[in-house]
Design a protein around this ligand. Sequence first.
Ligand code: FE2
Length: 266
Amino acid sequence: MPRDVIRIVQITDMHLFSNTEDVLLGVNTYQSFQTVLDLLKLDETQPDLILLSGDLSQDHKKGAYEYIVEAIQSLGIPACYVPGNHDDIEVMNEVLSSSTQIMRLKHLLLDQWQLILLNSQKPKSVEGYLARTELDFLEDCLKQYPSHRAIVVFHHQPMLVGSPWLDSSRLQNADELWSILSRHPNSHTVLFGHVHQEFQSEKNGIPCFSTPSTCIQFKRNSVDFALEKLPPAYRWIDLYQNGELKTGISRAAHYIGFFDAESKGY
Ligand SMILES: [Fe+2]
């Protein structure tokens, strides 16, 4: 890539349906996703890579994933993805492979940086888990490219975000993840989705970020399930050759759809 800055844009938790009229707790997830795409198109700095970090679909149907293909094709920007608890991995891989822009990969080597994409989906569960094969893959990448700063991506949060109902479905074996990352000084940043909110923390000196959903937002620091009336958003991540990483959220101007303040779950 010719520029001295690489821009990644993280888009997450789209929860699309195969029917574009369907809504999730008052939000038409297709329209809300399109609003985020429109926002991205207006940004004068266009990304080099789109990162889709899970829960692409709500109904697991091919049609939902076809809207992802349409969107990425219209952007004309390469993309990669990891599955969330709501995704059907088989259907997702089948449909997304029809795109010339979407790469099915677990490792991307960039200038001075490497992106490691892990599957944290635990079959038939909402909670997250990194299988031994995923953890071994992570460690192999970190060992093989010690001079490349590593950004590790998966769906579930690897730490508490302050909402007990949501934290019960966090990455269940995060200790194994942190143990590996702490052994490798090239471990740089962790990115995840699942929590439908902007969150930033640090573990063992490693910055960790989540990104708001393109549809509904979960209320921060809430004991029980609750929504927050915040517009959808994406995260931009700029990688510099000197090892610096800058990141921030770009949020749409308005909440999309009806705000269902009484909802008790989804
Ligand atoms: Fe989600």
